[in-house]
Design a protein around this ligand. Sequence first.
Ligand SMILES: NC(=O)c1ccc[n+]([C@@H]2O[C@H](COP(=O)([O-])OP(=O)(O)OC[C@H]3O[C@@H](n4cnc5c(N)ncnc54)[C@H](OP(=O)(O)O)[C@@H]3O)[C@@H](O)[C@H]2O)c1
Length: 321
Amino acid sequence: MAATIGSSACLLLPKPCLLRRASTEAVRGALVHGFSGGGRETLAEAADIHEDQGGGGSGGGGSAASGGMVSLVQGASKGLGLEFVRQLLERDPKNKVIATCRSPSKAVGLATLKHQHTQRLSILPLDVTNEPAIEAAAKFVANQLGRLDLLINSAGILHSPGILQPETSLSKVDSKALLLTYQVNAVGPTLVIKHMWPLLTAGKGVGSQKAVVANLSARIGSIGDNRTGGWHSYRASKTALNQLTKNISLEFARRKDPIICILLHPGTVDTDLSKPFQRNVPNEKLFTTQYSVRRLLEIIDKIEMQDNGKFFAWDGQEIEW
Ligand SMILES: NC(=O)c1ccc[n+]([C@@H]2O[C@H](COP(=O)([O-])OP(=O)(O)OC[C@H]3O[C@@H](n4cnc5c(N)ncnc54)[C@H](OP(=O)(O)O)[C@@H]3O)[C@@H](O)[C@H]2O)c1
């Protein structure tokens, strides 16, 4: 089955300038709505970014044109998300990254990166099944940095002990597992884009001067490429993510918002998500997170407006719907 992983309007949103003026009260509100425990600790750390750049209220954290990008990586505790954070920080000393995850206090890899890049990395708690927490994170970013040039939605689930196992037969489909997968893999990223939208509109862009939203999908979500069946929940959740992303990309284009949305298939990558299904994957087809993320960032670097709404594999090839 391992081969399956790798083969097979909101018109009333506040304007970016209003969000930029988000006050300390908004951040306090963020704490009430979703930030707790480790969240307080990380909000204090995030303030380092604010001081470092002389104040986020002035409207942003540097210029993408001058080499500094503001990126948010959602689902950054481990795996591909963590590696995106690492590479974004390492590729340009002016880059600033907001990394979100469910439990910052348990995210050891992020803590190590925070130690190395204290002023440029901010860690926020965010569970994609909790919309108020997403909204609070957006307010916090608005207050501290004022814009986003790149949003990477990386969080995803394929299996979870006692709750979800990739189904080998229709008889094993369970409504709770199906809905949870849909909520995390499709609804969550959509809500993150919804709340980060004004920040992306204010973004200075990646290369092409447009902000980029990159949603981590999977080839298995392609209906045209489905030759084996199985894995109903995961497969359908990624198909839903693909349709939602395409839909959002069309809305942004219609409104002339300077945002490009794409879907990325990372290949079969050696992470906790793929671990139980790696047995039959040939070595050369099992990528390291370092390799996969490097290839995905190369795609993002070269993205153009005409790529809006497209679904790319790690090697730059477009994937059929
Ligand atoms: N690895 C592959 O072979 C492969 C192939 C195709 C597509 N993908 C896609 O690539 C993305 C990254 O996968 P990965 O391989 O890096 O998996 P991973 O190592 O298992 O990481 C998954 C991440 O999702 C987070 N997450 C799970 N539920 C969440 C929730 N409710 N709210 C916020 N975060 C949540 C996890 O956080 P916690 O630490 O809190 O659990 C973790 O940071 C996923 O969307 C996956 O579907 C992976």
